[in-house]
Design a protein around this ligand. Structure first.
Ligand code: 13P
Ligand code: ZN
Length: 271
């Protein structure tokens, strides 16, 4: 067996959580990540027949039965993942009936997966139907995105339009726009179901006055989506109180979308 601590997916999780912490997006235990792994690859590092513990998830995800994820632990700090991955991360396999998580590695102090597992797994199930290559769901509390929630209308067309106006590349990076959920109690199956419903059409979902969810093929791609929203929100927050002299026009956004050949939400423009 190879050393799990040297596995590329553990290395990637260490780098990503450290980066997100460094950017101030994930204070204390804020934020969580789940990353769908390849069973054959995990089998090079772990005995897949050895289940350390079986942990009920509190919901049923039959379409994910047998799938293996590396997931951040509940109450664990992104700041600490790099120095102690075995305690702060876990590798779980969804049981045959879709109701339990079989712990294959990690959560070494007896902990368990993030309290936001419903939103993660339900979002994976929704995204996999749209894109079979989707592997990552990421939740974070990026500062300017959150600040924008307090001063901007929480309407997905208007919110997306404002973000698209803030940086030339926004409409190219997230042409599908940003879904918005009202404030809801986090950690519940209800917020999980609502997030997954939005994930059918968006790869980015704002949880009002809480944070953001992103989904993508890789950790890098998903991080990049959230990073681009956060950059746009930062520019908005730096300029919202100042007179606006210039702006990227809707006609310019159409030119961008057509030139870069992206399928964009035409109904989010005011043409
Ligand atoms: P966990 O510590 O359970 O992952 O929760 C953090 C969080 O961001 C809740 O939304
Ligand atoms: Zn959160």
């Amino acid at each position: 067996m190879k050393d799990i601590l040297k596995a590329p997916f553990v290395e990637e999780m260490k780098k990503t959580t450290a980066n997100m912490y460094r950017l101030g997006w994930d204070e204390r235990n804020g934020g969580n990540i789940s990353y769908l792994l390849d069973e054959r690859e995990v089998g090079e590092y772990l005995d897949l027949k050895r289940v350390i513990r079986t942990i009920p998830t509190g919901f049923c995800a039959p379409s994910l039965a047998g799938k293996i994820f590396i997931v951040t632990g509940t109450g664990k700090y992104f700041k600490n993942v790099e120095k102690d991955p075995e305690n702060n991360l876990g590798i779980i396999r969804i049981s045959k009936d879709g109701k339990d998580a079989e712990l294959l590695w990690g959560y070494s102090d007896g902990g368990k997966f993030t309290s936001e597992l419903p939103a993660h797994l339900m979002s994976h199930a929704a995204r996999l139907k749209v894109d079979p290559e989707n592997r990552v769901v990421m939740h974070s509390h990026p500062t300017y995105t959150l600040a924008m929630n307090y001063v901007h209308e929480l309407d997905e067309k208007k919110f997306t339009h404002t973000l698209w106006e803030m940086c030339t590349e926004c409409i190219v990076v997230f042409p599908d726009g940003v879904g918005v959920l009202p404030w809801m109690l986090c950690g519940t199956n209800s917020i999980g179901e609502a997030t997954a419903e939005k994930m059918k059409e968006f790869r980015l979902v704002i949880w009002a006055m809480h944070g953001i969810y992103g989904a993508g093929k890789t950790l890098d791609e998903t991080f990049g989506l959230i990073e681009t929203v956060e950059k746009a929100a930062q520019i908005y927050m730096l300029t919202a109180h100042l007179p606006r002299l210039n702006t990227i026009k809707d006609e310019d956004m159409v030119k961008l979308a057509e030139f870069f050949k992206v399928k964009y939400r035409k109904d989010f423009l005011n043409l």
